[in-house]
Design a protein around this ligand. Structure first.
Ligand code: MYR
Length: 185
């Protein structure tokens, strides 16, 4: 029998990470499939995925702020960059780019060329109205809500629907000024 070559720690961790990522992708696929079975209407599934994402986003922001050491962003441009470069990297293992800024600096696109959520996924014709990755728009909306930014997050391009990339438009609707929590005497 050929001797088994010992693997370096890095190789083992890379393998574990790959398996974790695949497990995550497959689990997400199973959730979407179950929702399609239970809710039947694609529109309802889109809503449910967005709501699930929102519920995750409002909790995930704490972990993000604690782990990333990101300090308060000076404006929405910086926030969008942090989401694309730090947030996506931390939770999805990929980075995205930020483009298409409007003149006011309140609306931009986050473009995702590499999206591990859709590995192994192909949408059948009867599910063409599905926003399979809608959980991501909900996560961003929820996380932004927790740092006092009300945003609308919309898919502009979706590679599962034949586009070349995934593109999320993030529009800042309102920035709620944070109140100083203590009264001055
Ligand atoms: C601040 O000004 O307090 C910093 C705000 C940073 C918001 C970052 C939100 C992270 C959202 C992660 C999205 C991950 C999607 C997979």
């Amino acid at each position: 029998m050929a001797p088994v070559a010992p693997r370096s720690g890095d190789a083992i961790f890379a393998n574990i990470e790959r398996v974790n990522a695949e497990l995550f992708t497959l689990t997400y696929g199973a959730i979407v499939r179950q929702l399609l079975t239970d809710l039947e209407e694609v529109e309802e599934v889109n809503k449910q995925l967005d709501q699930m994402g929102y519920n995750i986003g409002i909790r995930l922001i704490d972990e993000f702020l604690a782990k990333s050491n990101v300090s308060r962003c000076v404006d929405f441009r910086e926030t969008a960059d942090v989401i694309a470069k730090v947030g996506f990297k931390m939770f999805l293992g990929v980075t995205a780019s930020v483009t298409n800024w409007d003149a006011e600096g309140t609306c931009c696109s986050i473009v995702l060329e590499d999206n591990p959520l859709v590995d192994f996924v192909e949408l059948p014709d009867n599910y063409q109205g599905l926003y399979y990755c809608n959980i991501l728009s909900g996560v961003i909306r929820g996380a932004l809500d927790m740092v006092s930014m009300k945003a609308e997050v919309t898919w502009l391009r979706d590679a599962l629907r034949g586009d070349d990339v995934f593109e999320l438009q993030v529009k800042l609707l309102k920035q709620v000024p944070e109140e100083y929590p203590y009264k001055d005497d």
